[in-house]
Design a protein around this ligand. Structure first.
Ligand code: DC
Length: 223
């Protein structure tokens, strides 16, 4: 019998804070961390570099076959080049969302994502962590916030990095991405029946982290 590996799976819409929260919980518990969105972002980025249209699944699969994607500490490496910052733009988020509608592509990266399930445990975040990739996770969180709050957060984040954006276009892009991620036929963003919803509109990041860590400790003390 294989030993049990605890998994905390966190899904939620764009700019809900799930990346920051998931990373902090992983650090707190000493667990591995999977940022699944960065895989879709990297495929979109690599396709863009090769002038490959994001609606061409066959070519995107070739891109995927030929890329060497790895995570090292906080860096995302594409063929040994650090692309962590390059894939954080709003444009690459939209690109990732377009890439993410393809069935064979999603299936092709399932194994890669599941390889992160390693001792002593995993915190995985994205859109289908609770529903498709790790349906057996013992803690499932749906992290959300209103679209206005998410747009404000994303706006401040982009401005602080020196990107000249305006709040209306940021809000429109979030609405567009929500729509695509929620309405797509395959593995759409959804709150599974067994997921606990945490609304971060009025909750600080550290409170969200504490809540989830508390849920985890309750589960592990009683099992
Ligand atoms: O979490 P993020 O903003 O980095 O994700 C970028 C896009 O990738 C998101 O809009 C949809 C897609 N995605 C997905 O389809 N499934 C995941 N598990 C993670 C991200």
């Amino acid at each position: 019998m294989t030993s049990h590996i605890p998994i905390i799976a966190i899904d939620g819409p764009s700019a809900s804070g799930k990346g920051t929260v998931a990373k902090l919980i992983a650090k707190k518990l000493g667990f591995h961390y999977l940022d699944s969105g960065s895989i879709y972002r990297t495929i979109g980025y690599a396709a863009h570099m090769q002038n490959i249209p994001l609606n061409n699944e066959a070519l995107l699969l070739k891109v995927l076959e030929n890329i060497d994607l790895s995570f090292k500490n906080d860096q995302i490496l594409l063929d040994s080049k650090d692309i962590s910052e390059a894939i954080r733009t709003e444009k690459s988020g939209q690109g990732a969302s377009e890439v993410a509608v393809h069935k064979a592509l999603r299936e092709a990266i399932l194994g890669f994502q599941r390889n992160f399930e390693k001792s002593p445990g995993l915190v995985a975040e994205g859109r289908d962590m609770t529903s498709v990739v790790f349906p057996h996770a013992e803690i499932k969180i749906f992290l959300t916030a209103s679209v206005q709050i998410r747009a404000e957060r994303r706006y401040k984040q982009l401005i602080s990095k020196g990107n000249p954006v305006n709040i209306h276009s940021v809000l429109n892009e979030i609405v567009l991405r929500d729509k695509r991620d929620l309405q797509r036929a395959l593995s759409p963003l959804l709150k599974t029946k067994d997921a606990i919803e945490i609304d971060t509109d009025k909750l600080s990041i550290s409170d969200a982290v504490d809540n989830i860590a508390h849920l985890f400790s309750l589960r592990y003390q009683t099992s």
